[in-house]
Design a binder for this molecule. Sequence first.
Ligand SMILES: O=C(O)CCC(=O)C(=O)O
Ligand SMILES: [Fe+2]
Length: 343
Amino acid sequence: MPGLTIAAPFPDDVCTHPLLILDYALLQANDEHEIHRLWQAATTLGFWYLKNHGTEREVDGMFAMGAETLDLPLAEKMKFEQGDNGDSFGYKARGTIVTDANGTKDCVEFLNIAQDDVLSWPLPTHRTYPRTVGARMTETIIPFVRKSTDINQTLLAIFEKRLGLPTGELARLHSLRETCGGEARCVKTPANQTSTGIGAHTDFGTLTLVHNRLGGLQVMPPGTDKWFYVKPLAGHAICNVGDALAIFSGGIVRSNVHRVMPPPGTQSQFERYSIAFFTRPNDSVVLRALSDKSQLIASSVSKSTGVEYDTGTTSAEWISRRIRKLRLRNREVRIQDAGGENL
Ligand SMILES: O=C(O)CCC(=O)C(=O)O
Ligand SMILES: [Fe+2]
């Protein structure tokens, strides 16, 4: 199926940014050297590759589920559209979010499936999804979400130790017994696009796992104003730190800006699908630096100037506000309210 296999090679004449390759098996075994490398990656660019993550079969199924769902007629998908109220879960149609300050529309569509809905299946916690999702729930989506949450909980246990937090503190803020904004996503970029797919952003949540086959993901390394592709490596996930973890850590780990462009070179003739899994804090968790739980974090916050590490906002409010701001219709309303002023 086009876009699902490596239809054309990643070109060798575009700028790429190298990432450290971390071995999940070594991290699980608490290998000191590997943990040191993870820490290096998380505190510099905030992105790394992860190999031996053990979800290859489920990822294949997720690509198939994503293609089956996003190939449904638009009218069918629109029954599940996320809307303009800041809800993340459901279907996001093309052209509904902005990719830059000028209000340029995006060219991608995506499907977000709530972690909570997967783990409570067949009972919905938040909402329902197209039939193609239900059809793959038991075999693919449930194991994908379970394995992805396990991976991120393992990484969080390493981070909490390095951050000097009490054992179980980050796990407590990401409890599976309470609702959260965590979700699995399939993004589809049509073939032959020239405009931005997902504009420059940082991820709202704690940790993200991305599975890419075609290029398109780009990062802007700190201290530069230049975009570099992250080259997909077969069987490797691309992991990154999100805003919530950067805030909890008082800025010690980095949530780096990135974006999705059409695939480079001859890959651009193909549809691009990508699969992502977002771990996000429990809905009621207030996003603030955990200074009262760690001397290291308190010291980082006291040294940073001009950065607000106490948002006074719960994770649910934070996500909802960020999504509302991206939606084109809300932007148009804001512009009308302001008498046509460009916001
Ligand atoms: O499609 C990708 O490679 C990354 C997607 C992404 O950054 C996102 O959905 O937040
Ligand atoms: Fe992202």
